[in-house]
Design a protein around this ligand. Structure first.
Ligand code: IPM
Ligand code: MN
Length: 367
């Protein structure tokens, strides 16, 4: 089969890890007889430098002509001026919003051979397999007003946490649907004791749960959820949460897997069939880690989160389950053989480089 993929490396370690993901993609193409047409585009800080725009027209055209997007990471100290008109992050936020990628799936799996890498006690990590469904196009990230202003006395700023019933319903439904395909447990995260949006969220979750009698729904306050995630992570199956809470909880949850560099994500607009006016758009796949400016260019970043994002793309965008599984299994093998990048290495062990990890995974795949 033929697929067109927009490759958006971005900043920092983005280009380094995406090269390894592309390596793996090419191997999959060769092995299974698919042709992947890759079209590269600029986004983020690099695009600001080149076009004064974090998401230039050229990149949007590339995306328009693609079946899926593979995205690295954006941002960095160079573009961190708080007074700057545009920021690298605006590039990815624009794509999420304009493509209506409201459902961000973040699988938190603990590979057996990495259990000792996590700072969390190993007996708590057995069998941890969580998927976080993060709402991605609403909440504090996008609500208006969103601005800064100066009065005679001081500087002020506002962000707005706003959700419509429609937005809450569609993300909760994804949570319930996913739970049905797994252990049938859904943890719905909110801050209903303080926030109106949290109370609406909780109410709607309870209403929808009537349509899913087979799914066990638990409402958990976000502060408490953050505690339970490290105290008793194996209790969780599917977690569904609003945008900002999901951002924070998934960085925390990544510690269970040994490193933030291990976690992929899929940003989808599927199940959005009631919104016929918008065409079902291209999905986007990215690791949850950022640009890691402190290690960028050193060749030591972990490409696994990025490579697993390719596996998610094969599965969700192209329906290539077998190919997707094969990537996952190969990574499991490589890790069980003791190969580690710096972030997941145990004391005294010698880490391998970003490219070596990509090479090993590719070589094992082709066998
Ligand atoms: C993430 C990142 C982004 C977010 C940034 C880069 C805008 O932290 O994907 O988790 O906050 O969503
Ligand atoms: Mn984040």
């Amino acid at each position: 089969m033929d697929f067109k993929i927009a490759i958006l490396p971005g900043d920092g370690i983005g280009p380094e890890v995406i090269s390894e993901a592309v390596k793996v993609l090419k191997v999959i193409g060769k092995k299974f007889g698919h042709s992947f047409h890759l079209i590269y585009g600029d986004i983020g800080g690099g695009a600001i430098d080149k076009y004064s725009n974090p998401i230039p027209e050229e990149t949007l055209t590339t995306i328009d002509n693609s079946d899926a997007i593979l995205f690295g990471a954006v941002g960095g100290p160079k573009w961190d001026d708080p007074e700057a008109k545009s920021r690298p992050e605006d590039g990815i936020l624009f794509l999420r919003k304009s493509l209506d990628l409201f459902a961000n799936l973040r699988p938190i799996k603990v590979f057996k051979s990495l259990i000792d890498t996590s700072p969390i006690k190993s007996e708590l990590l057995n069998g941890v397999d969580i998927i976080v469904v993060r709402e991605l196009t609403g909440g504090l990230y996008f609500g208006s007003p969103k601005k800064r202003w100066i009065t005679s006395e001081e500087r002020n700023a506002v962000d707005t946490l706003i959700y419509s019933e429609y937005e809450i319903k569609r993300i909760l439904k994804i949570g319930f649907e996913l739970a049905l395909t797994r252990d049938k447990k859904l943890a719905s995260i909110d801050k209903a004791n303080v926030l109106e949006t949290g109370r609406l969220w909780r109410q709607i979750a309870s209403e929808i749960s009537k349509d899913y009698p087979g799914v066990e729904l638990e409402h958990i306050l976000v502060d408490n959820a953050s505690m339970q995630l490290i105290q008793n992570p194996s209790k969780f199956d599917v977690i569904v949460s609003e945008n900002t809470f999901g951002d924070i909880l998934t960085d925390e949850a990544s510690v269970l897997s040994g490193s933030m560099g291990m976690i992929p994500s899929a940003s989808l607009s599927f199940l959005n069939t009631d919104n016929k006016s918008k065409k079902i758009k291209t999905s986007l796949y990215e690791p949850i880690h950022g640009t890691a400016p402190d290690i960028a260019g050193k060749g030591i970043a972990n490409p696994i989160g990025m490579i697993l994002s390719v596996a998610l793309m094969l599965n969700y965008s192209f329906g290539l389950q077998k190919e997707s599984q094969e990537i996952y299994k190969t990574i499991e093998t490589i890790l069980s053989l003791g190969y580690r990048t710096k972030d997941i290495v145990l004391k005294g062990e010698k880490p391998i480089s970003t490219t070596k990890m990509g090479d090993l995974i590719s070589d094992f795949l082709i066998q």
